[in-house]
Design a binder for this molecule. Structure first.
Ligand SMILES: [Zn+2]
Length: 171
């Protein structure tokens, strides 16, 4: 994981081919929008994020990962296009849990986005929603992808898949 995926391009050429089966190269992208992101005492301007996107998109590597964290409000079509361009095998989505007071999307918007992402192509999605995330994605009984997550909702539990329309209520 790096904030400077441009470096990846430099060393990827030197790596032996069989290593590409094991090594996942990843980066962090908080949003597609032009916010300044405050994190760990540093400020990341929108240009740095756009560079990360372009570097990951240009990176010729079979196994990639994108962490959308801390998640900030976003434009679904644009952010989805960024992810499609990067072609990651995994995407993790996490709200800020350090109280930075960021501009965040609603939970419903995030779930909708994750469903589109899961339905449109391959990446497996990991989601950490404020107080909602319960467990790691498990296998969907309907489509077989590991994209089922479990929510707490109205004192009960609900399972849903980010790749298909599977949903199940549980007590
Ligand atoms: Zn499914």
């Amino acid at each position: 994981m790096t904030k400077n995926p441009k470096r990846y391009a430099q060393f990827v050429d030197d790596l032996p081919n069989d290593l590409s089966r094991n090594v996942i190269l990843g980066t962090t992208i908080e949003t597609n929008r032009g916010y300044n992101v405050q994190k760990m005492g540093a400020t990341y301007p929108p240009q740095s994020r756009h560079h990360r996107y372009l570097s990951m998109k240009a990176l010729d590597w079979p196994r990639k990962f994108v962490a959308i964290e801390p998640l900030m409000d976003f434009d679904p079509e644009s952010l989805e296009q960024w992810i499609k361009d990067i072609k990651p095998e995994k995407v993790s989505v996490s709200y800020d849990n350090h109280g930075h007071g960021l501009i965040e999307p609603s939970k419903e918007k995030t779930v909708r986005f994750c469903r589109r992402l899961g339905a449109s192509r391959e990446p497996e999605i990991m989601v950490h929603l404020h107080g909602y995330w319960v467990k790691d994605p498990s296998k969907c009984p309907k489509c077989g992808k590991s994209n089922v997550i479990e929510f707490e909702e109205n004192h009960g539990h609900k399972e849903m898949c980010f790749s298909c329309n599977y949903e199940r209520k549980r007590d």
